[in-house]
Structures are given as C-alpha cells and as structure tokens.
Design a protein around this ligand. Structure first.
Ligand code: ZN
Length: 185
C-alpha cells in the first residue's frame, strides 16, 4: 500500500523517534509499504517520520545511483534502531532533495564516512562503515529519526532564500505528484 508523505511543517518531522521491538504491530507490512511508497515517489530512502510514525525505522534503495558507483546496485536495506557511532573524513557538498521538502534542492555539507550500528528487519545486528553516497543517504535518513531535515545544515542566507518555498509547503500550497498528508492550519 502506498502511504501518504508528511511534509515540512508537520511536527512529526521534528520529533526524536523511538526505538522499536520485533513485536511492533504490522512491522513486516509497514516495511513493504515503505518500500512501495519510496519507489512510487522515486526516492532513494524513506524514514518512518515521513509516513507519520515517530519510530526508528528507515528503508533505503540507492540503486538509482549505481551509474555513479556500481556498488550501489545492491544497496537496498532496512535499518532499524540505528546509531551513527562515528562520522569522519573530509566534509563534502552534495545536492540533496527530500520527499518531505518538495521543490527544494540544496547543496548540503556532510562528513564522507560514517560508522553505523543498527538491526535489520530480522533484528540481526550490523556494524558497518560506509563512505560516499551510502554515507550520504544514511545520514540524510538518520537525520529524519533525530527530528532533523537537510535544510538545518544550510547557511542562514540559503535558508532565507528558500523561506518562501518552505512557507508554501507548510501551508499546503505545494502539490507534489505523490500523496501527502496535509498540514493542519
Ligand atoms: Zn528526507
């Protein structure tokens, strides 16, 4: 089932999300629905707050970037209860977009390397080191479950320049071509 997406202005995007246990109701279906929703809206990652749930659950499929890096062909995974335990390497700018910030794209500075601990859909623990686009996508999605958005990383000047667009999104004046949850007045 395709789920509607929360957009800027919805308080669910600003809360720190909670960990879940294997008995979380309907977890398998929820994961399937999140992948389906992500594919339908042409995203490469989706975090639970974006489908209106404050839980530490992320789905990623970065295979659309496989032209840039063949390793990404198989970078499809479910990340539950993650902690980024280390960020390192030089920072790098990369142009980011977000289903919760339709019409906005900005160059965002982030570390190029991370060490992350998480459990997968079977609650098997993984500790991984990722660089490049893997680290980029994971950090963007991790921000969501920490109540952050990529616009929090841009300069005050850039933020000012997009304030009109942000205002329009929060007031339901932007209609992307995927279903969204309208913000309350
Ligand atoms: Zn996002």
């Amino acid at each position: 089932m395709i789920l509607p997406i929360t957009v800027y202005g919805n308080p669910v995007l600003r809360k720190v999300s909670q960990e879940i246990t294997p008995d979380y109701p309907g977890l398998k279906q929820l994961i399937d629905d999140m992948f389906e929703t992500m594919y339908k809206s042409e995203g490469v990652g989706l975090a639970a707050p974006q489908i209106n749930k404050n839980i530490r659950l992320i789905v990623i499929d970065a295979s659309p970037f496989a032209d840039d890096d063949p390793e990404l062909k198989d970078f499809k995974l479910v990340i539950i209860n993650p902690t980024i335990i280390e960020r390192s390497g030089p920072d790098e700018l990369f142009n980011e977009g977000c289903l919760s910030l339709p019409t906005i794209r900005e160059d965002v500075n982030r570390p190029t390397k991370i060490k992350i601990r998480y459990v997968d859909e079977n609650f098997t623990e993984h500790i991984e080191e990722w660089t490049g686009i893997k680290a980029r996508v994971a950090q963007h999605e991790y921000d969501h479950i920490e109540g952050k958005l990529f616009i929090d990383h841009i300069s005050p000047l850039r933020r000012k320049l997009i304030s009109g667009k942000l205002n329009a999104i929060s007031k339901n004046k932007i209609k992307p071509d995927y279903r969204i949850i309208l913000n309350k007045k």
